[in-house]
Structure formats: C-alpha cells, structure tokens
Design a binder for this molecule. Sequence first.
Ligand code: FPP
Length: 249
Amino acid sequence: MSDLLTQYQIIPDRVPQHVAIIMDGNGRWAKQKGHLRIFGHRQGVKAVRAAIESAAEIGVKYLTLYAFSTENWTRPEQEVNALMELLVDTIESELPTLMKNKIKLATIGDLTKLPKKCQTQLDKTKAKTAENDGLTLVLALSYSGRWDIIEAVKRIGIEVKEGKLAPEDINDGILDKALNTSCFPNPDLLVRTSGEQRISNFLLWEIAYSELYFTPVLWPDFAKDDFYKAIVDYQGRERRFGKTSEQIA
Ligand code: FPP
C-alpha cells in the first residue's frame, strides 16, 4: 500500500473515508465500438472490480456505486433484464474475492422492486460478508435520493402521528437516521464518469458537503489510474464546510 501511495503521491492521512461513484457511459462506450449496450455494461463490471480494488488498497472505508436508479426501470425491458442478470452473476462469482479481501456488501434502494433471484442473491451475499471488516461496498439499486428522502419523511411522519416525536424536534440527525444511508458516513468525494456534470438523483441529502469530481472517461475505461487521479485531485481541495480558510487552518 505504501508503494502505491508514493507512486501516486497520495497523502495517507487524507484518504477520503467514503467515495461515491456515478458509473456512467457504458452505453456510449459500446456504441463507439459498434456493440450493443449490454456489452458496455459487461465491460463496466471490470471497472467495478478495479474501483473496488483501488479503494481497498488505499484504505477507503466506504465505496458507494450507483448501479441502478429508480429511473433506470424505464429503459428497454431487454436492457433492464440483462442488467439484473449481470448483477446476480457478478455478485455470485465475486463472493470468494469479497471474502478474501474482507469486503462487506451493503445496499441502499428499494430492493423489493428487484427480481426475486436478485433479492435472494443479495441477501445471501450480505449475510455471508456481514462480519467482514475491510471496505464496505454499498450498491445503490433501484435507488434515488428523492425516493429515500420521501420514504424517510413518511417514517418520521408516523413517529409524529404516534406522538413519539414532536415536529419541532425534527433536525438533521433525525433525517440522517431515517435514510437508507443511516449506517454510513456522508461521502467525502463524489465521482461521475463520462463527462456528464449532474447528480441524477443520487445521494441528494448526503452530498451537501461532498467534493465533486467529473471526468470525461467512460465507465468501462475507468481504471485504477483514473481512480487515484480523482483521489489526488480531492486531496488538493480545501474543505471548508461553510467556514473561512482561516478557521480551517
Ligand atoms: C450507466 O451507463 C451505467 C448503468 C446504468 C449501470 C451500471 C452497471 C454496471 C457497471 C454493471 C453491473 C454493476 C455491478 C455493481 C455488478 P449508461 O448505460 O447510462 O451509459 P450511457 O450514458 O453511455 O448510455
């Protein structure tokens, strides 16, 4: 690990604790090469593996990947089915690697919308990796930031209705706890590939103070080098959280 840190000039005590990634550009990557979109998604799995390895190697504790948004359900049925198959196959085949590297699998999103086979595979893998204490890999599946916020507000509303919570006591912490992301710290760094510069309904509440990094690299081409480039760029930023430079110093 120290070789890697030196090679890329990564500052060990400023490695982000949580990196979130909007993996974008699989379709364009495939089209450029004259292939069907699903070919891009298959190649995308290789980039997923590279990102997980890169994150684990430098000591990132949480890696959240936007694998399927609530809006992705509107894609052609054939593509949705292929993505679900790919997800099941990948999780199944990667289990030994997850175990070997002490990676814990977690999810955010409305898993009840996923095919039964996917739900079963995810449940099985989460249970098997539950005691792993290395990187936590969070897959966002059938997820959107607005969906999560609405569900959280409903849960808070019930508490209020039942007299367990006073409306004036609702604060940041209460909403934090009601979200799917309650077990994870907020992302320090949010990366989006493929040149698009938008958030697309990802982690809307949680990225209030995240550093944003956009790269033109299409997701299937996103290699370890690109991951470490994002980390170095992040380490050059000054995070002020609304304070002045002088207060931070
Ligand atoms: C975005 O590219 C990618 C997705 C919607 C799916 C991401 C899925 C994978 C990388 C494979 C499976 C993942 C795991 C975690 C096993 P796009 O299709 O929007 O590309 P485009 O914008 O070029 O059309």
